[in-house]
Design a protein around this ligand. Structure first.
Ligand SMILES: Nc1ncnc2c1ncn2[C@@H]1O[C@H](COP(=O)(O)OP(=O)(O)O)[C@@H](O)[C@H]1O
Ligand SMILES: [Mg+2]
Length: 252
């Protein structure tokens, strides 16, 4: 996939892949109908990748992202996050701990908490995560606000922020606990073209600056051009996996 050695060394370290999926199948039983939402998925995602899952509605993008995100588990097969098997012998609570420690999410409508300021929305993710002193959480939250150019907006609530600024807060919240992986399931589905492009560009900038792995899904052929790797799904199977040598530029 990364045939260009320079690109490979920049994006993939020698360590275990961030995500490794082996022969994963997810079967839903709705009445007498059996749906194979994932059907024999094998996928390895290296550290620092910027990958998009594309495919029509119903092709299994969300199911795969939920399994990667430890929100669901395959019916058979295995999922490893950062080398740890999150499928075999793990309770839902233990899976939740892995999710909390390793994974940040960007939601479709951002899901910011309306009564909290930008600062508080980001710091809240650290409070849930636990394990840090108040001073550490404050320093880290301010660092992320600065990284995203939000210092002067830090005391505003979501309804006092532009759409683009709300996106930045949502990305900040996903990044603040230094996750190994950030997942976004059709994050631009409710946005216009320009705002969508800006969101993906900002995700890519964070990917390049911080080396955090991003996986997002879209059914929008235009948006996938921003990704460095494009994995295509159809009927729960991977039907394409291409490196994108010339992703659309991130905004400067
Ligand atoms: N909770 C569920 N119960 C039954 N079928 C489901 C459920 N979730 C998804 N599916 C089915 O699994 C298939 C894949 O769905 P999904 O992963 O949501 O695809 P996508 O995100 O690409 O639209 C579809 O046929 C969908 O109807
Ligand atoms: Mg979906």
């Amino acid at each position: 996939m990364h045939s260009d050695p320079a690109a490979a060394s920049a994006t993939v370290s020698a360590a275990a892949p961030v995500v490794l999926i082996e022969a994963a199948t997810r079967i839903y039983n709705s009445g007498e109908n059996e749906v194979r939402a994932m059907d024999g998925i094998n996928l390895s995602i290296g550290r620092g990748e910027f990958l998009t899952l594309v495919g029509p509605s119903g092709s299994g993008k969300s199911t795969l992202l939920h399994c990667i995100g430890c929100l669901d588990a395959p019916t058979s097969g295995r999922v490893f996050i950062d080398g740890r098997d999150v499928t075999t012998g793990l309770s839902a609570a233990e899976r939740g701990e892995v999710r909390n420690a390793k994974i940040g999410f960007i939601f479709q409508s951002f899901n910011l908490i309306p009564v909290l300021t930008a600062y508080e929305n980001i710091e809240f993710a650290l409070q849930i995560h636990g394990g840090q002193t108040a001073a550490q959480m404050r320093a880290r939250t301010l660092e992320v606000l600065s990284l995203l150019g939000l210092e002067s907006q830090k005391d505003r609530r979501p309804n006092q922020l532009s759409g683009g600024q709300q996106q930045r807060v949502a990305i900040g919240r996903a990044l603040v606990k230094k996750p190994a992986l950030v997942l976004a399931d059709e994050p631009t589905a409710n946005l216009d073209r320009k705002t969508s492009d800006d969101l993906i560009a900002l995700m890519r900038q964070m990917n390049e600056q911080l080396g955090i792995t991003f996986v997002f899904s879209t059914h929008d052929e235009h948006l996938m051009r921003h990704a460095r790797r494009i994995v295509r799904l159809s009927d729960g199977r991977i039907v394409g996996d291409e490196a994108n040598q010339t992703p659309s530029a991130a905004h400067g």
